[in-house]
Design a protein around this ligand. Structure first.
Ligand SMILES: Nc1ncnc2c1ncn2[C@@H]1O[C@H](COP(=O)(O)OP(=O)(O)OP(=O)(O)O)[C@@H](O)[C@H]1O
Ligand SMILES: [Mg+2]
Length: 146
């Protein structure tokens, strides 16, 4: 299912809806070109989970954890990962298989590490400024209704 979201507010609304559906162990894989809004969406998911800390892009840290929401929130950014093997060093299994909610930016770079039941969200630029084409797949596609 592909949706056309017309501005950042609609991306935020999607993030809040995803957060409401998130369960312990939910992994949300974000795929999209530079600046399409992956961090913006991740921040809205964190907000929806009730995270009170300020959420900043984990590009250089690769992984950041936030404990103040209704579930632990883990925010990955694979963009600067030196090699896939670094995922093992980071202990990714503890994040993906734990009780938290994990959002992965640039998830296409670590596809082989994602759990099979991860929700995959593709974000692409639309024709007009601010517009994004968003495809949501996964979790039996039942959740694709968000
Ligand atoms: N519809 C929209 N959804 C999300 N962001 C939007 C939208 N329209 C404009 N923007 C702007 O686009 C930028 C998106 O930046 P953001 O850091 O979220 O992207 P990103 O995909 O995480 O980038 P990177 O690839 O560097 O990680 C922000 O400056 C935001 O204000
Ligand atoms: Mg980002």
């Amino acid at each position: 299912m592909e949706r056309l979201l017309k501005d950042e507010a609609e991306i935020r609304a999607l993030g809040l809806a995803l957060a409401a559906k998130a369960r312990p162990g939910t992994v949300i894989a974000l795929i999209g070109d530079l600046g399409t809004g992956k961090t913006t969406l991740a921040k809205a998911i964190a907000e929806g989970l009730g995270v009170t800390e300020s959420v900043t892009s984990p590009t250089f840290a690769i992984i950041k954890e936030y404990a103040s929401g209704r579930l632990p929130f883990h925010h990955f950014d694979a963009y600067r990962l030196g090699s896939p093997e670094e995922m093992y060093a980071l202990g990714f299994e503890e994040y993906f298989c734990g009780d938290g909610v994990t959002v992965v930016e640039w998830a296409n770079l670590v596809e082989e590490f994602l759990p099979k039941d991860a929700m995959v969200i593709d974000i692409a630029y639309g024709q007009n400024a601010g517009e994004r084409r968003v495809r949501v797949k996964g979790i039996g596609d039942a959740d694709a209704s968000v």
